[in-house]
Each structure stands twice: as C-alpha cells, then as structure tokens.
Design a protein around this ligand. Structure first.
Ligand code: SF4
Length: 765
C-alpha cells in the first residue's frame, strides 16, 4: 500500500493536514505556559536538579573521569527512555536526569571489604541504601546453614556447587529470575538459552511485575506487544492522555519532551487518583525558560477512584459512541468487535459508571470532548493501570478509546506503555520470560521445536513459573534452587514476611549482582551463594538495550577501573549450563557479545540489524517509528480488535479506604531519599484527602495506622489532593498490606492495591 492509498483509506476526517508549528515557536518564550513568575520556582515544592549534579560530583569524586566517560559514552542504565551518552533521538540538547546521576555511583564504586560479610546478623539491621553503599561484590562467596556469614570461594567452586544441585534435582524444581537493573539484551538472551538448555522455562524478569498486562492486551488487540509510536510523536499530537503514569518521577527527561510538546500546542490530560504535582508543573533544568519559570504541564486532571479506570474510560467511550464522534470508516474497514463494545456499554448505566469511577458524567464528557477535538492523540500508561487484578482489562479499555478514532499507526498517534527500567522491554523480548519464547512467541510444541532446531538441543514446551509463582513454589517446598540476578523479591513482592519464609525454604539460593541486598541475608536452608556481576559498562564487546520506543541501542565498553572477579551475566549462565549439560558444550558456546547479537538476529527476526551494532551511537528502531503503520495490523485477520470490557466490582466495606502504592524519590525498589522533592512527602506519608482527614479529625503530619487482615503500616497523614475515599503510601514500605493472592488473570501481575482501614494514633512526642 503506498502513501496515497493509505491517505485515501483514512476516511472522512482530514488526517493528512499537517500540524502547523510556527517556525521559531519552539524557541520563543511562552509566558502563558509558565508555572510561576518567581525565578527558579523559589519557595515552590520541587526538586533541585543542580544540587543533584553537585551531589553526583561529590559521590564520584574519586573516579570522576570514569564517571564522565560512562555518562558521555554509555547508554543510561536508569529508565527505558533511552540515551546514547548524553543525547537522544527526540530532541536536541543534553539528556540527563537525577535518576541517572543517583545510579552513577553504583557503576563507579570500588569493591566492598569482604570481612564485612562475615557476620550477617550485624548487616541485617541496615537499610537497602546502606547495604548498597558498602561497595561492589568483589568475588564469589558462600554461606552454608549454621554459618554466621559469607566466606570467599573460587568461581569454579561456586559454579560446581550450583551445577551439582541443579543436576541432582528436577528442572521443574529450579527457577531463575532476572530483574532489569541495567541488564542488557545479550545477558537476557544468553541466560534464557542456558536455562532452557537446563530443561526449564522457569525464567522470568521484572517485565512481569510492570507491563505484562500491556503485552497481553496489546498483542490480542493489535498484534503487537510494544509501544506503537515514538517519543517524537508527542510533539505532533494534539492530545496526550497520561493514565496511571507519573513520568515526572519515573522518566524525568520525558518532561523536557512535554515542554516542547506544550510549545507545539499539544494538550495534556492526566487520569489519576492523585493530582501529581510533577505532572501539574515542572521546572526542566536544561531549558532556560522552564528552569526559570517552570512549565504548566497538565491542561486537565481527572481524579478517579483507585482501580476504577475502566469505569471512567468506558464513560468517556460511551459519550463518544452516543454522540457518534467516532471514526466509522476506520472502525468498519480496520477493526472488529465494535458492536460488542457498544452493546456492553448499553448495559452500563451512567449511574454505574459514576459509582465505579467516582467521577461525574460531565468529567467523562470533558475528556471525550478533548479526544473528539483531536486529530491525533497518544495514550501513555504505567503501573497505575497494569498493577491491578484487572490489569489486562484496564489496558483493553484504553485501546478501545484509541481505536474509536484510529489513533494508531500514524504520526502523532499511539499507544505507549511507558517503561521504567532500562532492561524490561528487551528482557521480555529476548525470552527471559516464563510464558514466552524469544520474540514473544507463545510457548508451545511447534515453537519449542523451531527453537530446538536453531539451538541444537531440546527446548521444553510447557510454560514455566512466573516470578510470583516462584515464590509460591519456594514456600510450598517445591524449589531446590533459586537463581536471582539483581532485584530483591523481599522488596518487590507483596507480603514480605511470606517472601522471607519462602526464600528460607529453598536449599540453594544464588544471587548474581553488583551490590548487596537484603534478600541475600535471609538465612540459608542449605547454602546461599553470592556471585559478583559486571555492569553493562564493564562488559567486553559492548552490549545493547531496547528502549520503550523499541530503539535498540549499543552501549560500548567503557575503559576504567574493574572489579577483578566480576563477570557479565551471559558468561555466568553459559558456563553454568555447560557444567550442568557438558554434552551440550558446543551448542552453548557463545564467543562474546557480538556473537550473541548475531544469534539474536537469527532467533528474533524483528531484531534484524542488532548484529551490526558495534560502536557508540549505533542504534535502530525495530518496526520503524510507528507499528501498525498504514493500519496494517499483524493479527490473524489483519484487523485491530475492540474488546467489550466489563466494569470491575470490588466491595469496599464501610469506613474502609482503597489504598494504592506509589514511588517517591527512588529507582524502582531502591529508595534514594527520605523525602520526595516532587511532592514533599516523606517515606512514611499516607496520602489522604482533606475531606477524609477532616471527617476523621486527622491533622497534617499526625501519626496514623493503616491496617487490614494482611498487615499494617504506621505512617503520618499527608493531606493532599487525592480522590476522597482513597489513600496512597510509598512502596515497598506498604507491601505488607498487599494480598499476594490477588493477581491479574492472564499475565499474573500482582495487585499492588489494598482495601484498608485507617485510624489516628496519638503522637507520643
Ligand atoms: S530519563 Fe531515563 S533514560 Fe533519561 S537520563 Fe533519566 S533515567 Fe536515564
């Protein structure tokens, strides 16, 4: 189909009219967008990014040249926005944020003093940040049951110990979990190949607990399982809708993109239970105008009840349908399931929708009008949408809205499940996933056969354990070996005490990481091994990561100091598999990261081109700027699929609240600061509305107790603009209130929300 045919097929709307962006408007100051007339937002609650630079300089003062080389040549190991050095492919100018600066020290710090691990009891009182600050893991260490701490062993001893245990048990009694802490595509690929050679598909990664529902819902609706557009589309959209997503906190440079989008005339709507201050206004430090006067970001906030997004989104859809403000031509030519959706919507009364969402139909109408007035729009969502027991349906409700207007497959339009970890997009696509093979292929006999032919050994054809299921199996005594790379189940999953018990029941636990974490200190049932990992910047031959916008980016090896015995993940897994299956030594041989990239290109056709990435700056965007371009959907029938989405029903007993978990100043579960400069809230803050606080006689800062049948959390009331009847608390501190049994039906993501009671506690001071 050529461009003319595509345009001819676009139907009644004039989609081909280009967005008029006045020349020079990008650089001209726009006082109407300023957040404050006070220079540098003096007196406003906001991060001081210049202080962050000073802090990074101080922390890395012993290794500044190396730190600079990492920043200027490496690909950021923070979120999944993606960089090459200090540049990106969306805007000119410097790309740097405080997340990256805070992570820098993990890459430059020297090794810890091993004698500090000789007594675990003394370490167990320390916080995660204190454990990380001890330094890099220097060499393999072991702690056997009854021993007070860890002692040094050789790599040979470590790998033989692990291989002996794996050989002595059934593959189904082993599990492997890789988080995305800086892990590269090559590491994920080699690990999953090795694990499958060892006879199991029980390998999972952090993509499970972030966007697995997005993958499921997008794949069935559009035939693709990734963001359909590029960040640069933000500057071409008439409207961007953020749903359960706080990019100000999690992808800070995205705020610079939004600054330029606002200058170009893009409107921004935010659907969230809390009026996130960072999404309301932001000071972009690297832009003079925004650094001085800030930028108003959101044009409109829609405060919804926690877990009620479907009620709100279906209400918006119902308005569009009832007014017939949908693109009928696109729907008829390129989609299926619209009639089922409208039939389902007819069964959902306005009273139902208002009750479920907590929003008046007028508010739903306001967003429906913003959508109807837009020729191009992008929907961006994060964990506020996915981490629910209805996560897949939440995503389907978003996709439905986009499909009513053909907001996919063309410039300025798209569906973007934005990622918060530099490795999650690639981790799942490389096949480090218990429910999919490399390339996202379903685990079945036919796909297993094809992989067996490629790799030269038999690949198991049944799905493995997801991350949360690994903990279930460990608790039930069904695991003999658990191998974790990075991450910390204790911090990440619901009910930490249950997780602790589960870990203590596994005879052999292995932790391959760069620094110490609390899960390593859980007493061994038989043995716990620590293995020192190399960072992406230390990996010979360089590595790649895949960003949210599907850009595969090469990060070169950065010359500098090394931790003598640290090894890259790919080497460790390959070597282990060879010891477990010596007869497969030839099939498992991987001669460096370039060879792995060549094999990835053979195993995953859409990664064609990765084998040619070899120096800083090399990259490509698989699928091009827009997936489903020309409205060609890679589904079986070639069409996009609407889904009838029912309203979720959750009984909230009287005098109870719905609580969700949130991030503060942290990178995933790594807490970096006691107070979040974006909100002003401390780690113990319980976000509560003014009306609820007044009703309960609670003052700002007053101690409160939040509890339910699972656990409790002591905190302090933080009165803010949150939907009444709802609370927010920082994660992982609030993880004890979550119910480990609540997971989404297909993806198995845990529900990071809970029904709780709140009571005030008298201040003892
Ligand atoms: S926004 Fe994300 S990719 Fe960019 S510098 Fe910050 S952490 Fe790194």
């Amino acid at each position: 189909m050529n461009a003319h045919t595509v345009l001819a097929n676009l139907g009644a709307r004039n989609y081909s009219a280009p967005r008029v962006i006045e020349m020079g408007a990008k650089d001209r100051w726009t006082p109407t967008l300023w957040a404050s007339k006070k220079p540098f937002g003096i007196g406003e609650q906001r991060p001081n990014n210049y202080l962050e630079i000073g802090r990074a300089l101080w922390e890395n003062r012993g290794r500044l040249p190396y730190a600079w080389r990492i920043l200027s040549k490496g690909v950021c190991d923070g979120c999944a926005l993606g960089t090459s050095g200090l540049r990106d492919w969306t805007i000119d100018g410097t790309h740097l944020c405080n997340i990256r600066l805070r992570l820098l020290r993990l890459n430059t710090m020297p090794a810890l003093e091993p004698s500090q691990l000789a007594n675990v009891e003394a370490l167990s009182q320390r916080s995660g940040a204190e454990l990380r600050r001890l330094g890099r893991l220097p060499f393999p260490m072991i702690r056997r049951t009854g021993e007070p701490g860890f002692r040094r062993i050789t790599w040979d001893e470590a790998l033989d110990t692990i291989a002996d245990q794996i050989r002595a048990t059934q593959p189904t009694r082993t599990a492997y979990y890789l988080t995305s802490r800086g892990i590269c595509n090559e590491g994920y690929y080699a690990a999953q190949k090795a694990v499958r050679a060892m006879g199991t598909n029980s390998i999972d990664n952090a993509a499970r607990v972030c966007h697995s529902p997005s993958t499921v819902a997008l794949k069935s609706a559009l035939g693709v399982a990734a963001t359909t557009c590029s960040y640069s589309d933000w500057m071409h959209a008439d409207l961007i809708v953020f749903i359960g997503s706080n990019v100000a906190n999690n992808q800070p440079v995205a705020m610079k993109y939004l600054y330029y989008a606002k200058k170009a005339g893009t409107r921004i709507a935010v659907v969230n239970p809390y009026r996130e201050p960072g999404m309301e206004r932001y000071w972009v430090p690297s832009n003079v105008e925004s650094a001085l006067f800030g930028t108003r970001i959101a044009d409109r906030f829609f405060l919804v009840k926690i877990g009620s997004d479907i009620g709100f989104l279906n209400g918006v859809l119902k308005h569009l349908v009832e007014r017939d403000q949908v693109d009928r031509d696109f729907i008829e030519r390129h989609t299926t399931g619209y009639d089922e959706v409208t039939a389902e919507l007819r069964t959902q009364t306005w009273d139902d929708l208002e009750e479920v969402s907590g929003c008046a139909r007028d508010e739903m109408d306001a967003l429906s009008k913003m959508i109807a007035e837009s020729r191009k729009a992008i929907f961006v969502w994060s964990m506020g949408i996915t981490q629910h027991d209805c996560g897949e349906d939440n995503v389907r409700a978003i996709v439905n809205l986009a499909l009513t207007q053909g907001f996919v497959g063309r410039e300025g339009c798209g569906l973007m499940p934005i990622r918060g970890h530099s490795g999650v997009q690639g981790g799942a696509e490389m096949g480090a996933y218990s429910t999919a093979f490399p390339g996202g292929l379903p685990i079945n006999a036919q796909n297993a056969r094809q992989l067996s032919q490629l790799w030269g050994f038999e690949v198991p054809a049944t799905r493995g354990l997801t991350g949360p299921e690994m903990v279930d199996a460990a608790h039930a005594g069904k695991l003999d070996a658990l191998f974790s790379v990075g991450g910390n189940f204790l911090d990440v999953l619901p009910e930490p005490e249950h997780v602790r018990e589960a870990l203590s029941r596994v005879p052999l636990r292995v932790h391959l990481d760069i620094v110490l974490s609390s899960q390593m200190l859980v007493d061994p049932k038989e043995a716990v091994l620590l293995l020192p990992a190399a960072t992406r910047y230390e990996t010979e031959g360089g590595v790649t990561e895949t960003s949210t916008e599907r850009r595969v980016i090469f990060s070169p090896e950065i010359p500098g100091p090394r931790i003598a015995e640290a090894r890259p993940e790919w080497q460790v897994f390959t070597e282990l598999a060879k010891r477990v299956r010596p007869e497969l030594a030839k099939e498992l041989e991987l001669d460096g990261t370039a060879a792995i990239r060549a094999e990835i290109a053979r195993a995953i056709p859409y990664y064609e081109g990765i084998q040619r990435l070899e120096k800083a700056g090399d990259q490509f965007q698989y699928g091009g700027p827009h997936l489903c371009s020309g409205w060609k959907f890679p589904t079986e029938d070639g069409k996009a699929h609407f889904s009838a989405v029912r309203l979720p029903r959750r009984h909230i007993p009287n005098h109870s609240f719905v609580m969700t978990t949130r991030r503060g100043k942290q990178f995933n579960s790594m807490v970096q600061e006691e107070t979040d400069a974006l909100t002003g809230a401390s780690r113990e803050a319980i976000f509560i509305s003014a009306s609820d606080a007044e009703r309960l006689g609670i003052r700002a800062g007053q101690p409160v107790l939040v509890r339910n049948s699972r656990g409790q959390m002591r905190g302090r009331a933080f009165i803010c603009e949150i939907k009444p009847g709802n609370l927010e608390a920082h994660w992982p501190e609030s993880a004890a209130l979550l119910d480990r049994g609540r997971r989404s039906p297909t993806a198995g993501i845990p529900d990071y929300n809970a029904v709780v009671q709140l009571e005030k506690v008298e201040d003892s001071h």
